[in-house]
Design a protein around this ligand. Structure first.
Ligand SMILES: [Cu+2]
Length: 156
């Protein structure tokens, strides 16, 4: 099961590498202020307007948050909020964070996220170095895998 998922992820990564001829000109994705799971005050899904750091893939909307914000070298909490296109939280997905630098590879580093409920998923992430990083959020649901990529800068 795990090996199958990893192979699928690798195949998707290879496919996306082949399709993107100019990945280096991509603008880093700003990461919005972290909102903890028990804070519903600024839930970006509530008003159905994509926040900074939010992306759509198929009928899924994905936001990424970091604590601290901006993400910094060392230990960070990454949180993903996943909803359908109507802003309804997706609570039954299996979420993973695949992180690496975009200007050099630090090898494979995939962390399974824990569900916090209400479409929120969280994991502890360690950034080895400051600089340009990306996280590929893997969303596995009903046997289907969707990946959404976010590029951002990690501070000192
Ligand atoms: Cu590095």
């Amino acid at each position: 099961m795990t090996n199958k998922l990893i192979l699928t992820l690798m195949a998707l990564l290879l496919a996306s590498c082949g399709m993107m001829s100019t990945p280096s000109v991509e603008q880093p994705t700003p990461i919005p202020t972290f909102a903890s799971a028990d804070s519903t005050a600024q839930d970006p899904a509530a008003n159905q307007v994509p926040a900074l750091g939010g992306k759509q893939s198929g009928d899924l909307l994905v936001w990424i948050f970091s604590d601290p914000n901006p993400p910094s070298r060392g230990d960070n909490t990454l949180e993903a909020l996943v909803t359908d296109s109507n802003g309804q939280p997706i609570t039954d997905a299996t979420i993973s964070f695949d992180i690496d630098m975009t200007n050099m590879s630090h090898g494979r580093n995939v962390t399974a996220a824990s569900s916090l409920g209400e479409g929120r998923y969280s994991a502890e992430i360690h950034f080895l170095m400051p600089g340009p990083w990306r996280v590929i959020v893997g969303i596995e649901r009903a046997g289907q895998l969707t990946t959404v990529r976010f590029d951002f800068m990690v501070a000192w």
